[in-house]
Design a protein around this ligand. Structure first.
Ligand SMILES: *Cc1c(COP(=O)(O)O)cnc(C)c1O
Length: 397
C-alpha cells in the first residue's frame, strides 16, 4: 500500500492553504528546491560546459522519459523529454499525418484544450496540403472515426469537466479504420493509471508541471510506439534528434530510435526539479493512487452537493468516467473562486462558468476535502463572493 501521509510530507504546502489546483501546477516537492540549487552551484557553477558529459545532462531527456514512461505504461526508451506540450502536440501530429499521406482529416473533440486545436490549425497551414481539422463533441467521437481520418487527436481527460475517454476502446476503433492516434495525457499522467502499450497507442504527449509536480515551465514529454520509432519523421528536425549531433553534418539524419523526437537543448534546471519530483513517484502504486483519487473526489462531490444546491456538477458523477478533478458550474463562478482563494481554498476558473478543483492524493487527504467543503459552503450559502473586488478578472484565471 502506498503511504500517502509519507508522500504528503515530501511536499512544501503553505500553511492555511488547501491546494486543489495540482491539476494546473503541482505543489513543490521539498527535494526539488535542493536539487535545483545543487544543479546550479555544483554542476552549472563548477562544471560549466563539461556538465553535459560529467553530470550526464545529455542523457537526461531519455532517462527522465523512462521514469515518466513507468507511470503511463510506455516501453523503455520510447518517452522523450523536451520543449512544451504545445510543441509536442505539433510534432506528434505532423508525424501522424505523414504516416497517412492519403488522408486529409484530423479528428478531435470540443473538449480538447484549445492549444491542441490551435497547433493543429497552424500545422495544417504550414503543410499547405488542404488538411481539415474536424471537431465534434466528445460523445460523437466514436462514430466520427472513419476512413477519411488520418489522425485522431484527443486529450484523454477533459481539462474542463474531467470526463475520461476510453483510450483502449477508441484506439482500437481508430486502428480498425486505419487511423493514427495521438493522445494528450496532460490531465492523465500522474492522475490515473495509463497503459499506452496495452492500448496500442501510436503517439502520446503530456506535460510535467501538472500532476507530476515538475514545476512551472517543466518540459513536456512525447511517446512513440516502438513499431513506429525507427520510421517516424517529424517536422521539427532539430540537431538533438540527429543521429550524431556532434558530427555537425550539414544534412539531417534522424537518430535510429525514439530519440529522434528530441529537438533542441534540453532545460537542465527544470529537469533537476522534475527528477526530484519523480523520486516521490517511486513511492506510489498507481492503483492505490486511483482508488484514493476516486474516494476523495466522491467525498468532495457528496459534501459540496449536500451543502451547496446552487452549484451544479459539471463532471461525470461516476468516478470511473472522470479523471482526478471535479468541476461545478455556477454563473458567478469567477467571483466565487476568488472568494475561495481569498480564504485559502485554491482551485481555478475556466470560462464560461466552471469552478474547477483538482485532487492529487500525493498531498491532498480527507481532512483537506472536509476543510474545503466547509469553506465552499460558507462562501456559497452566505454569498460571500458577491463583492466587486472578486469580479475583476486577472490575466491567469
Ligand atoms: C495544460 C495543457 C496544455 C498546455 O500546453 P503548454 O504548451 O505546456 O502550455 C496543452 N494541452 C492540454 C490538453 C493541456 O491540458
Amino acid at each position: 500500500m502506498t503511504d500517502f501521509a509519507a508522500t504528503k510530507a515530501m511536499f512544501h504546502l503553505p500553511k492555511g492553504m488547501i491546494y486543489l489546483d495540482g491539476n494546473s501546477l503541482g505543489a513543490l516537492p521539498k527535494g526539488a528546491a535542493d536539487a535545483v540549487a545543487r544543479t546550479v552551484t555544483d554542476q552549472w557553477g563548477e562544471m560549466l560546459i563539461t556538465g553535459w558529459n560529467k553530470a550526464g545532462w545529455m542523457a537526461l531527456p531519455m532517462a527522465l522519459g523512462d521514469r515518466i514512461g513507468g507511470l503511463i505504461g510506455a516501453e523503455p526508451g520510447h518517452v522523450v523529454m523536451g520543449d512544451t506540450l504545445s510543441i509536442k502536440v505539433f510534432q506528434a501530429l505532423a508525424a501522424g499525418l505523414e504516416m497517412r499521406p492519403d488522408r486529409r482529416v484530423i479528428l478531435s473533440d470540443s473538449g480538447n484544450f484549445p492549444t491542441d486545436l490551435y497547433m493543429a490549425e497552424g500545422l495544417i497551414k504550414a503543410l499547405g496540403k488542404g488538411h481539415e481539422l474536424r471537431v465534434v463533441t466528445p460523445e460523437e467521437i466514436a462514430s466520427a472515426i472513419d476512413e477519411d481520418v488520418a489522425v485522431l487527436m484527443l486529450t484523454q481527460v477533459d481539462y474542463r469537466t474531467g470526463r475520461l475517454h476510453d483510450m483502449a476502446d477508441l484506439t482500437r476503433r481508430a486502428h480498425a479504420a486505419g487511423v493514427v492516434t495521438v493522445w494528450d495525457l496532460a490531465h492523465s499522467a500522474g492522475a490515473l493509471p495509463v497503459d499506452l502499450a496495452g492500448a496500442g497507442a501510436d503517439f502520446a504527449v503530456g506535460c510535467t508541471y501538472k500532476y507530476l509536480n515538475g514545476g512551472p515551465g517543466a518540459p513536456a514529454f512525447i511517446y512513440v510506439a516502438p513499431r513506429h520509432a525507427t520510421r517516424v519523421s517529424t517536422i521539427l528536425s532539430g540537431w538533438q534528434g540527429h543521429e550524431a549531433p556532434f558530427a555537425f553534418d550539414l544534412e539531417y539524419r534522424p537518430n535510429p530510435g525514439a530519440e529522434r523526437l528530441r529537438v533542441g537543448t534540453p532545460p537542465i534546471l527544470q529537469m533537476a526539479a522534475l527528477s526530484a519530483a519523480m523520486d516521490v513517484w517511486d513511492m506510489v502504486d498507481m492503483a492505490d493512487l486511483r482508488a484514493q483519487s476516486m474516494a476523495l473526489t466522491d467525498m468532495f462531490i457528496a459534501g459540496v452537493e449536500a451543502a451547496c444546491p446552487m452549484l451544479s456538477l459539471a463532471s461525470p458523477r461516476d468516478a470511473n468516467a472522470r479523471g482526478s478533478q471535479v468541476s461545478f458550474a455556477f454563473a458567478d463562478g469567477y467571483a466565487a473562486m476568488q472568494a475561495l482563494i481569498a480564504r485559502g481554498v485554491i482551485g481555478d476558473f475556466r470560462a464560461p462558468d466552471i469552478m474547477r478543483f483538482g485532487f492529487t492524493p500525493l498531498y491532498i487527504d480527507e481532512g483537506d476535502v472536509r476543510g474545503a467543503i466547509d469553506i465552499i459552503s460558507n462562501v456559497m450559502n452566505n454569498q460571500l463572493w458577491d463583492r466587486p473586488e472578486y469580479k475583476i478578472r486577472a490575466a491567469v484565471t
